[in-house]
Design a protein around this ligand. Structure first.
Ligand code: PMP
Length: 292
């Protein structure tokens, strides 16, 4: 049976889920989105994702025609309609239909709201056991002076350019630096290093304030592992004992190679594996119940 997608107030089969070619989400990438996971019949960190969606929308002066509570309920309904047990949910809010000019005032009907609930293809399991090979992209993450990278917008070309570079280099991911040369994030994941039993990640001013990132910082604190937010450079990665990426889809992905240099002993590190376990335990035991 076909999955059901929520489009502007209705659940319709995937093959009928359509928006107009005049939607400014398509014409200009004018919109925002989220990526959410469900584990074990519960939506993980639902409130945080809905909050970030609304913050991103506010940042681009886009009005979502729902309250945060309503939106959370719609996400749960989308999961129920698709019998989600473990899954991936993609809410998208665009500026809506307009004309061929970019002026958002022309989008008089208002936002398009789409919710897709399905599954996600992760990196193959072997990648988590062996670790990921990453290259540093020549593309710098868009600076906050140009467009805040903390907005989860439909404009991912900056990261896609980096991803293409990684693909050409046969790497699993690209690391992006900020405009000043400090580490920013991976193309769709935050970046961490572990040094002297301290976990470190850059401040979120140059990247997306990842919900997995925050979960890792919280888990570290809860378990008495030192965790800091600080700017760091490639030098600190070369000198690190371990490195890993975090994201809703990727979860905790060990990084063992950056630009051909081995990180630590070239295997997923002990601290990384510990954090993976804490994360899996939390993701599988908490969240908003989908079914009653
Ligand atoms: N950075 C970017 C650019 C992303 O797209 C994502 C994935 N949404 C992340 C980081 C990780 O964020 P989260 O942990 O909230 O999925």
């Amino acid at each position: 049976m076909e999955n059901l997608v929520y489009v502007d107030g209705k659940f319709v089969p995937t093959s009928e889920a359509k928006i107009t070619v005049f939607d400014h989400g398509l014409l200009y990438g004018d919109g925002v989105f989220e990526g959410i996971r469900a584990y074990n019949k519960r939506v993980f960190k639902l409130e945080q994702h809905v909050k970030r969606l609304f913050i991103s929308a506010r940042a681009i002066d886009l009005r979502i025609p729902h309250t945060e509570e309503e939106f959370g309920r719609l996400i749960l309904e989308a999961c129920r309609r698709n019998n989600i047990v473990d899954g991936y949910i993609r809410p998208i809010v665009t500026r809506g239909p307009g004309d061929l000019g970019l002026d958002p005032r022309k989008c008089t009907r208002g936002a398009s709201v789409i919710i897709i609930a399905g599954t996600i293809a992760l990196y193959p399991k072997g990648k988590y056991e062996k670790g990921l090979k990453v290259i540093t992209s020549t593309y710098r993450r868009v600076p906050p002076q140009s467009l805040s990278p903390s907005i989860k917008s439909l404009n991912y070309l900056n990261q896609i350019m980096a991803r293409i570079e990684a693909n050409h280099a046969n790497a699993d991911e690209a690391l992006m630096l900020d405009i000043h040369g400090y580490v920013s994030e991976a193309t769709a994941d935050n970046f961490f290093i572990v040094q002297n039993h301290t976990v470190a990640t850059p401040y979120s001013s140059t990247n997306l304030p990842g919900i997995t990132r925050q979960t890792v910082l919280d888990l570290a604190e809860e378990h008495g592992l030192k965790a800091v937010e600080k700017p760091f450079s490639l030098f600190d990665i070369w000198a690190a004992d371990e490195a890993f990426i975090t994201g809703t889809a990727a979860e905790i992905g060990p990084v063992v190679d950056v630009d051909g240099r081995m990180i630590g002993d070239g295997k997923p590190g002990k601290v990384t594996r510990q954090i993976q376990k804490w994360y899996q335990d939390l993701a599988n035991s908490t969240g908003t119940p989908i079914y009653g």
